[in-house]
Design a protein around this ligand. Structure first.
Ligand SMILES: [Zn+2]
Ligand SMILES: [Zn+2]
Length: 154
């Protein structure tokens, strides 16, 4: 199975080892991707563990588990990264994640901030950015890899 995060690698060779705690995500981008995959497969423990301790109070297992049942994540695009490489201590990743709630398609366009503490990248917080406008020739939101006009035109 291809990884949820859309990198093209198998889940077992991509985000799964981070989610299972077998390996530490080496970069802020890898951590961000693995958190997206954890949302896709409903891994509340990992989502809480990869959150900066100062933020854990505002995120509850109950609200995460409710989001897993209500939101179906469709695809992820990483738009840009600033720092966040192995050996650095801070990083930013801008991404857009497309999701469906019932029949509605939505997107989360966010610039997230990460810190690396004792070789472990953690998600701190992020700024929500305006939704992207998808053109007919852009890749479809559903993650098929096809153009919007050939896949889910409306
Ligand atoms: Zn992945
Ligand atoms: Zn589509």
């Amino acid at each position: 199975m291809n990884c949820y995060c859309g990198q093209g690698a198998a889940f077992a060779d991509c985000c799964e080892p981070y989610i299972r705690g077998i390996r530490q995500a080496p970069t802020a981008e890898a951590l961000m991707r693995s958190r997206y995959s954890a949302f896709c497969c409903g891994e509340a423990d990992y989502l809480l563990a990869s959150l900066h301790p100062s933020k854990r109070v505002s995120e509850s297992r109950e609200s995460l588990e409710q989001s897993f049942t209500e939101t179906q994540w469709c695809s992820l695009r990483v738009l840009s990264c600033r720092s966040g490489e192995a050996g650095q201590t801070v990083g930013e990743v801008e991404f857009v994640a497309f999701y469906q709630t019932g029949m509605e398609v939505g997107q989360l366009h966010e610039r997230s901030r990460f810190v690396c503490d004792s070789n472990q990248w953690l998600y701190c917080d992020g700024d929500i950015l305006p939704p992207l406008k998808l053109g007919r020739n852009d890749e479809c939101w559903c993650g098929s890899g096809r153009k919007l006009k050939k896949c889910h035109p409306d």
